[in-house]
Design a protein around this ligand. Structure first.
Ligand code: DGT
Length: 351
């Protein structure tokens, strides 16, 4: 059997059954690819199911408020994916009469769509013979071809190879077969070469040390920040503001605050931030809680303090409001804040 025959017959027997597969709906395919960027399949499945239940069509996404779509994305992270996806659906409704463009270059121009996503959607939803090269496919290909270093030249070799090999009748399945192979058999550590349908065609397996392919990039150490934030109370309500669209966690709501700088205490940083951000000089009461959160390229310790401000009013350029704990569910918050809400729930929100 040829490479493509082997890989496709393996796929037909072993493919993962996923809610977004084998549904002829380009909107679902596109959504699933956006949700899968930087996110594991098992994590995204409940989000995907909930989303298509509430927004069964592209038009529903385009007509929703940003707050509604972010609320459904809450906890999935990388929120710009969600904001860009909604913007893109609005462009498709307006400029393409609601029909997702089936041309690679046009689709690529939509917000949040990169070469990988465009290739995946074009091949899976529209049967275009374009290799979609994600991390799994890159690893599988590097092993087949015996390329250790993933420089520009090797990437080009891989692309040429896949363009030559792709099965023109089933390009989407060809891409997904290689992705599944990479996630289940040709894994970064301890690949199960004995069970691999293309082990007779693999340079890395012949070398006896497939794990060495491709060479691992050294991970940069990611920074850690201490962040101080204030839960500013006015009777039974506390103050929240909406993070600006351009920032990380853009469009989500937060308590005012910021990073603790060198030489500052956490309370000192909070006082400074609240003066800078909201022009208030609060009384800081007890600690409401402290939580850790790891982002893709940094981590934080978020410490939140109960505060009060008597006659002052927070003045911030960001959209803001006062809410009771019961209203939290109406607003999208970062995961770190939800960890804190959990602590506060356990203590019945006692100050
Ligand atoms: P910057 O100042 O350019 O680094 O911009 P920000 O806004 O990303 O950073 P900053 O100083 O406000 O740091 C806060 C970090 O903590 C930021 O990565 C977002 C995260 N965070 C999570 N929940 C909250 C919250 O309720 N309040 C604040 N202030 N930050 C939060």
């Amino acid at each position: 059997m040829s490479f493509k025959e082997s890989i496709l017959s393996w796929y037909d027997e072993n493919k993962r059954s996923l809610p977004f597969r084998d549904i002829k709906n380009p909107y679902f395919t596109w959504l699933s690819e956006i949700m899968l960027q930087q996110t594991q399949v098992n994590t995204m499945i409940p989000y995907f199911n909930r989303w298509i239940n509430i927004f069964p069509t592209l038009n529903d996404v385009a007509n929703a408020t940003e707050q509604e779509v972010l609320k459904l994305w809450e906890g999935l992270g990388y929120y710009s994916r969600c904001r860009n996806f909604q913007k893109a659906t609005q462009i498709v409704m307006k400029n393409y009469d609601g029909v997702i463009p089936n041309n690679y270059n046009e689709f690529l121009r939509l917000p949040g769509v990169g070469p990988y996503t465009a290739a995946a959607v074009m091949s899976i939803a529209f049967n275009k013979s374009i290799p979609a090269i994600d991390g799994n496919i890159r690893r599988v290909s590097s092993r087949i071809l015996g390329r250790k270093k993933m420089g520009a030249q090797a990437q080009k070799r891989i692309r040429n190879y896949l363009e030559r090999e792709i099965e023109h009748h089933r390009p989407g399945d060809f891409n997904q077969a290689l992705m599944d192979l990479g996630s289940s058999i040709c894994t970064p550590q301890k690949p199960m070469c004995k069970q691999c349908p293309i082990n007779t065609m693999c340079f890395a397996m012949d070398s006896g040390n497939p794990e060495l392919y491709p060479e691992k990039r050294k991970k940069k150490k990611s920074p850690h920040y201490n962040v101080a934030a204030g839960l500013i109370w006015d009777n039974d309500k506390f103050f929240i503001q909406k993070r600006s669209a351009k920032s990380l966690l853009g469009g989500l709501w937060e308590f005012p605050g910021g990073k603790v700088e060198k030489g500052e205490t956490v309370e000192g940083a909070l006082k400074r931030e609240l003066k800078e951000e909201c022009n208030i000089e609060p009384t800081i009461h007890g600690k409401a809680g402290a939580v850790k959160h790891v982002f893709s390229h940094f981590s934080i310790d978020l410490t939140v303090f109960h505060c009060s401000i008597d006659e002052q009013t927070p003045k911030t350029e960001l959209p803001n409001t006062w809410i009771t704990p019961n209203e939290i569910k109406q607003y999208p918050f970062p995961a770190a804040n939800h960890k804190l809400f959990k602590i506060l729930d356990q203590n019945d929100w006692n100050i």
